[in-house]
Design a binder for this molecule. Structure first.
Ligand SMILES: [Zn+2]
Length: 293
């Protein structure tokens, strides 16, 4: 019997038009899916309902079509699957691996400053540069917390990282694959993220939880994404272990940088594919510019 084909996915957020950085990621997925005779899925990551807009979903479809990338018909929209994330959270709660946190950003900032003042040492930051959560709500009385939640107090749910790592048991690894099929095993160090947020105040999930659950539910075997998400993979591999989900193979592609050496981002007004198209740039030129033909 033939083994099932590998499954790849491209997963943009509809909070703006796609730019060249997205094109690079989508085209890298396409090339690797073709090379490994895999399926290519599209997923719309729209958990942030305040920033995601329907016209941007249409824009994504138009831009990918224009680039000539063929996805399997249909796509998974995260906003239609909050129930799946709630189920995963419930499983983690049941094992006491998450706890509610009522802190505001300012409270966290003040606690970090106080500790820095007390120790004379800089407080550790996560790989994205944000201070690790200083544990203010950790160990709070669960009954007290339940009362605050029942009273409607805004809160996030945090992963108790130390307990989670112990619960996951064995030392965790994932496998990175390259275009020519080479593989190497990478140990994870999720503790460098501290007690990450798994459900936000405004959204009943988080990026980490939603992508982990979705990749498993969609049967994704090969995750191809930018190097900016390499460190976050540690959290995803830990969540996979805790939730009993398979760990896909990973490939991290280069990032396109703007003139200031910053990662291309919609928020900084990088040129969209739609704007390039209006200026007469062709899909073939985009592919050539990014090194795909
Ligand atoms: Zn807190």
């Amino acid at each position: 019997m033939q083994p099932p084909p590998p499954v790849f996915r491209f997963a943009p957020s509809p909070n703006g038009r796609l730019h060249l950085g997205h094109a690079l990621s989508a085209l890298t997925n396409e090339v690797l899916a073709l090379r490994f005779e895999g399926r290519l899925l599209l997923r719309i990551e729209d958990i942030d309902l305040t920033r995601c807009r329907p016209e941007f979903v249409e824009g994504i479809a138009t831009d990918l079509d224009w680039l000539g990338i063929r996805f399997e018909p249909g796509f998974r929209r995260q906003s239609a699957h909050f129930g799946d994330y709630a189920e995963a959270l419930a499983a983690l709660r049941k094992r006491r691996l998450v706890y509610p946190c009522f802190c505001s950003r300012q409270e966290i900032r003040n606690a970090v400053l106080a500790r820095e003042a007390a120790t004379g040492q800089p407080w550790p930051a996560d790989p994205d540069g944000a201070p690790l959560y200083p544990g203010l709500c950790k160990g709070d009385d669960p009954d007290q917390a339940a009362l605050r939640i029942a009273a409607g107090e805004p809160h996030v749910l945090r992963l108790d990282m130390a307990t989670a790592i112990t619960a996951a048991g064995q030392s965790l690894h994932y496998t990175v694959f390259s275009a020519d099929g080479d593989q190497r095993s990478v140990p994870v160090a999720p503790e460098r993220w501290g007690d990450v947020v798994l459900a936000r105040k405004d959204v009943p999930t988080s990026y980490h939880l939603a992508v982990t659950v979705d990749d498993a539910l969609q049967g994704v075997t090969h995750v191809v994404r930018g190097r900016d998400l390499e460190a976050a993979t540690d959290v995803h591999v830990l969540l996979q272990a805790l939730l009993g989900l398979p760990t896909p193979f990973y490939h991290f592609h280069r990032l396109l940088l703007d003139d200031d050496g910053q990662k291309l981002a919609k928020s900084r007004g990088s040129q969209s594919l739609a704007a390039l198209r209006t200026h007469g740039v062709t899909a073939t030129e985009i592919r050539r510019q990014l090194g795909f033909c």
